[in-house]
Write a protein that binds this ligand. Structure first.
Ligand SMILES: Cc1ncc(COP(=O)(O)O)c(C=O)c1O
Length: 407
């Protein structure tokens, strides 16, 4: 077996299953699962209809490069979304459809990190983080370098805190905006700084933007790395890759459809890698994806559903927990009155509500574990369930930690 496999950490949901094994939650309360970030709003009917109409395409092999019409739809979407007027994405050179962003976030590391380097390459990532980043880094033989994102600094990655010796070895930087689990949105200026650093130190920016379409002010969509590279006039989107997905935007996590776009030279080699990797989308999924990228109506309606949920849930929780509305995305990241795993286990036992302990999403770096005493609450369930869960969480805090109550 690959000896690097032994360096992998158990996946957060495995740890959660372990944490709650053998517990019989309160039988009088129906289960509410807010632990996994799996959208539960309805998939757009136009996409489902398209899937029905495309069944015959299952008789042929799809190509890794994907249908020109899909790459065209993606280029048009990104062009509209990020106003890439002066330097439109070339569908032939800058875009690859992928089977959900997860496999792409993993495979880009395998494709671009060179294990033959004399000195071990470094990949910088946020902490807490989406665990695929870490697994991909370790399996590629690179060294992860965690940058803590904490409330005190607005959950920003402090690139200025990275020592010069680390920059020298850095080949890639992961960013996640809007962040999972913090909901923090990278500002235009932060991307500018990161792109400058990428040019200075010659590393690849892997910008995970899969929550970018879930935001609260219709006039202020989160910026993306391609938009900023465009604004800076970065030729060929050098050093920049954006990772997108239909899972959260269009409530289609089962379709396994997303895309990678950016640096033309990297994309050329990545296509070569993917030919062997073999994760091409079925033609059916590609046709459905065209339909989804071409439609914004369902995306706006989806945002509204999340807005209503945050508006309903926050006033219930805020009096008893240190919790804030995220800048974007569908997670709450409250501080817990005591150890996050204990809190999550007892909440499950007494209230039959599942949330994810924050420390399952983070590591200790520079003496700090930014997930300690936090839980991730995914507002993915229907409104009534989210509201019921919020009342149960509140009740749990009030009955177990009365000193936390402020009202
Ligand atoms: C931060 C982040 N990136 C990427 C993904 C992968 O999403 P998908 O593979 O469905 O596109 C997820 C899924 O939850 C995520 O939270």
């Amino acid at each position: 077996m690959n000896s690097r496999l032994s360096g992998l950490q158990p996946y957060p949901f495995q740890r959660l299953a372990e944490l709650t094994r053998g517990i019989m939650p309160a039988a009088d309360k129906p289960a509410i699962r807010l632990s996994i970030g799996e959208p539960q709003h309805a998939a757009p009917h136009i996409v489902l209809e398209e899937i029905g109409a495309q069944l015959a395409t299952l008789s042929s092999y799809p190509t890794t490069l994907g249908l020109p019409a899909l790459r065209g739809a993606i280029a048009a979407w990104a062009g509209r979304r990020y106003r890439l007027e002066r330097m439109p994405l070339d569908p032939q050179r800058h875009i690859l459809p992928v089977s959900g962003s997860r496999e792409a976030l993993f495979s880009i590391v395998q494709a671009t990190i060179d294990p033959a380097e004399r000195i071990r390459p470094v990949v910088i990532l946020p902490n807490p983080f989406y665990q695929i980043y870490e697994g991909a880094i370790l399996l590629a033989g690179a060294e992860p370098y965690f940058l803590n994102t904490v409330a005190e600094s607005g959950y920003r990655m402090d690139f200025d805190a990275v020592p010069a010796g680390i920059w020298k070895r850095t080949r890639m930087v992961f960013v996640c905006s809007p962040g999972n689990p913090t909901g923090a949105v990278m500002e235009h200026a932060e991307y500018v700084r990161l792109i400058e650093l990428a040019h200075l130190h010659d590393f690849l920016i892997v910008s995970d933007e899969c929550y970018s379409e879930i935001y609260f002010d219709e006039l202020q969509p989160p910026p993306g790395v391609l938009q900023v590279a465009h604004d800076l006039g970065v030729t060929d989107y050098r050093h920049c890759l954006a990772f997108q997905s239909l899972s959260k935007r269009s409530n289609l996590p089962g379709l396994r459809s997303g895309f990678v776009a950016g640096d033309g030279t990297v994309m050329e080699r990545y296509l070569e890698y993917r030919t062997y990797h073999g994760c091409s989308l079925s033609s059916l999924a590609q046709a459905a994806s065209i339909c989804a990228w071409n439609d914004e109506e369902h995306v706006r309606a989806n945002r509204e559903l999340y807005r209503v949920k945050f508006d309903a849930v926050l006033p219930i929780l805020a009096p008893v927990l240190d919790v804030a509305a995220p800048q974007a995305g569908f997670y709450l990241w409250p501080r817990t009155p005591r150890d996050d795993a204990v809190f999550a286990r007892e909440l499950y036992e007494r209230e039959n509500v599942s949330v994810l302990p924050g420390s399952y999403l983070s590591r200790t770096a520079a003496g700090v574990n930014p997930g300690h005493n936090r839980v991730r609450v995914a507002l993915v369930a229907p409104l009534e369930q989210c509201v019921a869960a919020a009342h149960r969480i509140r009740h749990h805090v009030q009955s177990t930690c009365p000193t936390e109550i402020t009202q």
